[in-house]
Ligand binder design. Structure first.
Ligand SMILES: [Zn+2]
Length: 297
């Protein structure tokens, strides 16, 4: 029997017998939209895909308003990597680099690197931010370490991406409940870790979520919850671009208008949408007033 390969989807699941909860994410079109925005060198493209899948994975077991982002900055060839998933499953991401990137691209070897997870609504100041220790060469290892430190519970992550798909699998040991034997729980977690370790990159990339879970954990009573759809999408807006322009100040805006024949065009790097401002618009922006052009929602 062949299952239809479902793409751009997040599934939560439970391995009931083992006391483990999990999330699996499989991205197809949404990932290709992000990957196709720039000529990413392969190792960077794959890291961006892993980060995008991870941003969705991390939304699987939490309730939040706004978005969850993973952001990496470094002083080396990889300057910035950003991946974000909103509370409604809207994904976007990008990376900036400026020279030949090392291949393989090890997080632990990036100079002056900082990686953070941010959750919440930036506009309303309701944000949580956690720093990720970059002692691990790969993103999955760094995130496992983050979970162990922040939640005191072991987690296992497997991430993979190529030009077509970005996939992630996350398992978390549930805190032992009444009646459970601690040693038994420990055994179950070890068993799940062993089963998960047999999963190869190609298998993860090429297998539908339901098939993959069945193949790995069929002896563990998998309870699969309804899938959540994911999709590429951007939260940019004319208001946000106006706010950004305001921070540049009058002098720079006027200089730009002068240099560009009276028209400022700002193109969103995530979705390639362009916002245009003529001299009249720019005056309104600078005076903090309402834009002359109709605002697209
Ligand atoms: Zn945009």
């Amino acid at each position: 029997m062949e299952t239809v390969l479902v793409e751009d989807v997040l599934h939560r699941f439970l391995l009931e017998r083992a006391g483990v909860r999990g999330v699996i994410v499989r991205l197809g079109p949404a990932w290709r939209e992000v990957a196709g925005r720039a000529e990413y060198p392969e190792p960077l493209r794959d890291l961006l895909g892993e980060a995008l899948a991870a941003s969705a994975l991390l939304t699987g077991n939490i309730k939040f308003d706004g978005s969850l982002s993973i952001e990496l900055k470094s002083a080396g060839a990889l300057r910035l990597l950003f991946a974000e998933c909103s509370d409604s499953g809207r994904l976007r991401g990008l990376a900036r680099w400026n020279a030949a990137l090392p291949d393989p691209l090890h997080l632990s070897e990036l100079p002056e690197a900082i990686m953070a997870i941010t959750i919440g609504q930036a506009d309303r100041g309701q944000r949580y931010q956690g720093l990720i220790d970059l002692g691990h060469p790969d993103l999955a290892g760094a995130l496992e370490n983050y979970f162990l430190q922040s939640e005191q519970l072991p987690a296992r992550l497997v991430l993979a991406a190529d030009g077509q798909h970005a996939v992630g699998l996350m398992l978390q040991k549930l805190p032992g409940e009444g009646g459970h034997d601690a040693a038994e729980d420990e055994d179950a977690w070890t068993r799940i870790e062993h089963l998960t370790a047999t999963l190869g990159r190609e298998e993860l990339l090429s297998t539908a979520p339901e098939d993959l879970l069945y193949r790995l954990y069929h002896e563990e009573t998998v309870r699969l919850f309804e899938p959540r759809p994911l999709a590429f999408g951007c939260s940019c807006s004319r208001e946000r671009v106006e706010a950004m322009l305001r921070t540049l100040g009058r002098e720079e805006i006027e200089a730009t208008l002068e240099a560009q024949h009276g028209l400022i065009e700002v193109t969103c790097e995530f979705c390639a949408r362009t916002y245009s401002f003529d001299r009249v618009d720019a005056q309104h922006v600078l005076s903090g007033g309402v834009a002359a052009s109709p605002t697209v929602q």
